[in-house]
Structures are given as structure tokens and as C-alpha cells.
Ligand binder design. Structure first.
Ligand code: ADP
Length: 203
């Protein structure tokens, strides 16, 4: 990526993140859901999003497929493009956090280093990594979008879990096993972590 131009200077802004967050009575953060295609990231993210909005919190959901329709429509699935995909999403998420929002990110994000890069864009407690876990066999059986079938037939190259690696998080803030727990149980676990660690409610 290019360096910041020499004549580009950061302007201090009058309103700080805390002021925006206080208005919303929440602690902004990035809830980063990572896992194989079909593991359950979008389903859980949408259910959590609905729950939080119903409770009066201000959230925004960034989803892999949707982002690729706009901001990242120039990117493919080569290793370099996947890295750039996550980098851009990380930067956008950081802006949302600055705006006081709880950002839900649903991305396969197969590489540890890329997720680490996003983690480092924000403060330590502003990144909540959630490993949405299901085996390749289970995801392939679910095959929600028919993508595994296509990947097995060689119609999709670099498909995570088939001919492209997935690096599981070593120390996620939360692991959700979607083979042994249903959607409601997964969402309940997430909400418990958010409540327990003070993300929800006045502060
Ligand atoms: P991803 O976003 O990870 O690609 P999706 O959310 O699109 O995955 O699809 C996951 C599929 O698995 C859905 O059909 C969903 O109904 C099913 N599923 C079964 N159990 C769970 C669970 N505990 N959490 C989330 N999804 C689940």
C-alpha cells in the first residue's frame, strides 16, 4: 500500500470518540466474526444486530458479501486481494468505532495476520474476536449458497477450507461452536460477554 503523502496532515477533531459513545450509552467496539463459509457468521451477526437494535443500541453490520458489492468490488479472492479486503474493512470499522458505534463484522478472514492487523487498528478492548466454529464437513453439508459444490467441481478457485487455508484463531475472545449450539444460544453467549465486559449500558 502507498505511504501517506508528505503534504497530508492529520487534523485534530473537536468532538472525541467518548462524547459520541456517551450519547449512545455504549462502549463502541468491533465484534469480528471469523470462520469458514457456512459456519454461521452472517446468521449470528444478523440475529445479534437485531437483538442489540431492539435493546436501543447503535450498531452497524459489515458483511463480506455486501462489502464486495461496493467498497471492495474491485477485489477478488487471491491472497493479496483477501488481505486488502480485510484491511479496508478494518479501516472502515475503525471509523465506525470512532463514531461510537458497535460494529459487527462477518468475514471469513482466513488469515491470522490480517485479523491481527485489524485488532491493532483499535484499542485493546475495542476488538472482540469471535471464532464461529464448524468443521469443513458440516459447512459442506449445509452448503447454504452451493459454493462448496462448485469449489469441489473446480468452478471456484481459492475456496477457503477446500483449496485455500483457514487459520483458526489461537486466542479468540469467544468461541461459538455452531455444531453443538443453536443460533439463539450463540447470540446469548455473545450478549453475555458484551454485558459482562461493559460494552452495553451507560458508562
Ligand atoms: P456464514 O456467514 O458463516 O457463511 P451463514 O450464516 O450464511 O454462514 O450460514 C450458516 C448456516 O448454518 C445457516 O443455514 C444457519 O441456519 C445454519 N446454522 C445451524 N446452526 C447454526 C448456529 N448455531 N449458528 C449459526 N448458523 C447456524
Amino acid at each position: 500500500m502507498g505511504k501517506v503523502g508528505t503534504n497530508i496532515v492529520w487534523h485534530p477533531q473537536a468532538v472525541e470518540k467518548q462524547a459520541r459513545a456517551r450519547l449512545k450509552r455504549q462502549k463502541p467496539c468491533i465484534i469480528w466474526l471469523t470462520g469458514l463459509s457456512g459456519a454461521g457468521k452472517s446468521t449470528i451477526a444478523n440475529a445479534l444486530d437485531q437483538f442489540l437494535i431492539d435493546q436501543g443500541f447503535h450498531t452497524y453490520l459489515l458483511d463480506g458479501d455486501n462489502v464486495r458489492h461496493g467498497l471492495n468490488k474491485d477485489l477478488g479472492f487471491s491472497e493479496a486481494d483477501r488481505i486488502e479486503n480485510i484491511r479496508r474493512v478494518g479501516e472502515v470499522s475503525r471509523l465506525f468505532v470512532d463514531a461510537g458505534v458497535i460494529v459487527l463484522c462477518s468475514f471469513i478472514s482466513p488469515f491470522c495476520a490480517d485479523r491481527q492487523l485489524v485488532r491493532e487498528l483499535v484499542k485493546g478492548d475495542e476488538f472482540v474476536e469471535v471464532y464461529v466454529k464448524a468443521s469443513v464437513a458440516t459447512c459442506e453439508q449445509r452448503d447454504v449458497k452451493g459454493l462448496y459444490k462448485k469449489a469441489r467441481a473446480g468452478q471456484i478457485k481459492n475456496f477457503t477450507g477446500i483449496d485455500s487455508p483457514y487459520e483458526a484463531p489461537q486466542q479468540p475472545e469467544l468461541l461459538l461452536d455452531t455444531e453443538s449450539q443453536d443460533v439463539d444460544a450463540c447470540v446469548a453467549q455473545l450478549v453475555a460477554v458484551l454485558r459482562g465486559q461493559g460494552y452495553l449500558g451507560a458508562f
